[in-house]
Design a protein around this ligand. Structure first.
Ligand SMILES: Nc1ncnc2c1ncn2[C@@H]1O[C@H](COP(=O)(O)OP(=O)(O)OP(=O)(O)O)[C@@H](O)[C@H]1O
Ligand SMILES: [Mg+2]
Length: 296
């Protein structure tokens, strides 16, 4: 069974997209079959993948080759033709190699209808929230890992990613405010799941739980962009204590491995690659795989 993992944090610039690029590289090289999905209306991940792997620009893709097309199709279907069966538009899935596939989103769809614009046309009800999950269910088992780059927003599209995923990972930077942000983010994910799926006052919650299954499980938080002068272990203990205050007996896991701030990582990520010299992300992925192993 394919594992759906979203990478998220409300804070911008903490390395969500970088994490997806590095995880996808590592896992695909280790013979796992990987699919990435770009849910960010800024489409940075897509821009990187399209230019590096297909030698094209994002603007050159046809409208039916990007994720926006799916939401657009289904918004119309829900509004006008709820009983219609739409064939799965396979052209949205692009291939780097036999183990690495990706679904891009685009800022240029229909001359500027980004995922944010489409999300505004969607209501927070089960019909709209299950578009992404329905799509994922069609090919979930063709992959070992589906990695979702989640934007720092709380739209119906982002909520549907929370609901449809099995696991999530939070990259963060190591400072007090960011740790508060992480606490808030976890609480939002949990609240969204319980509002839709565990709310006795909501008569749809039985259907919601049947559709979405279990609550997404937080694999852990890992720290990125660490500067050389930081004493990671000492700082980590401090943040662990802060997390304990908020989550008492269910304290989230903080990865032992962390990622330093290295210009190599930024430069190679821009070409869709992992750094040949800096192996920090490899250690994070290995730790992630250890967590996952019992369930594979
Ligand atoms: N470990 C690192 N070392 C050096 N630069 C990094 C590292 N991680 C990320 N960066 C750089 O920091 C910037 C932000 O990273 P990234 O785009 O992955 O963050 P993000 O969380 O996806 O941002 P957004 O919220 O805008 O989507 C990028 O320029 C990226 O190349
Ligand atoms: Mg990003």
């Amino acid at each position: 069974m394919g594992k759906i993992v979203f990478i998220g944090n409300y804070k911008g610039g903490v390395g969500k997209t970088t994490t997806v690029v590095n995880f996808a590289n590592y896992l695909s090289k280790e013979e796992h079959k990987v699919l990435t999905i770009d849910l960010d209306p800024q489409s940075s991940l897509s821009e990187i993948q399209i230019s590096s792997f297909l030698s094209k620009t994002l603007a050159e893709l046809e409208d039916d080759e990007v994720l926006n097309h799916i939401f657009d199709l289904y918004i119309t279907k829900i509004k006008k033709y709820p009983a219609l069966n739409i064939p799965f538009p396979e052209k949205i899935i692009h291939k780097r190699d036999d183990n690495y596939f990706f679904i891009p989103s685009s800022l240029f769809y229909k001359k500027g209808v980004g995922l944010d614009t489409l999300a505004m046309q969607m209501l927070p009800n089960l019909e709209y929230l299950s578009i992404l999950g329905d799509l994922l269910n069609r090919f979930k088992n063709d992959y070992n890992y589906i990695l979702i780059d989640c934007p720092p927003s709380n739209t119906v599209i982002t909520q549907s990613a929370f609901l449809s995923s099995d696991y999530y990972l939070i990259p963060s930077v190591l400072d007090h405010l960011s740790t508060n942000g992480v606490v808030h983010y976890i609480k939002v994910v949990e609240r969204i799941y319980s509002d839709y799926c565990e709310n006795d006052k909501n008569e749809d919650s039985v259907i919601a739980k049947t559709i979405f299954g279990k609550k997404p499980e937080l694999v852990g938080i890992f720290y990125n962009l660490i500067r050389g002068t930081v004493n990671y272990e000492a700082e980590k203990i401090q943040f662990l204590n802060e997390l304990k205050k908020s989550f008492s007996n269910n304290t989230p896991y903080i990865f032992k491995s962390y990622v330093n701030n290295f210009v190599d990582i930024a430069r190679d990520t821009a070409y869709g690659n992992s750094s040949n010299y800096i192996k920090d992300f490899d250690s994070v992925v290995k730790e992630f795989l250890k967590y996952n192993k019992p369930q594979i």
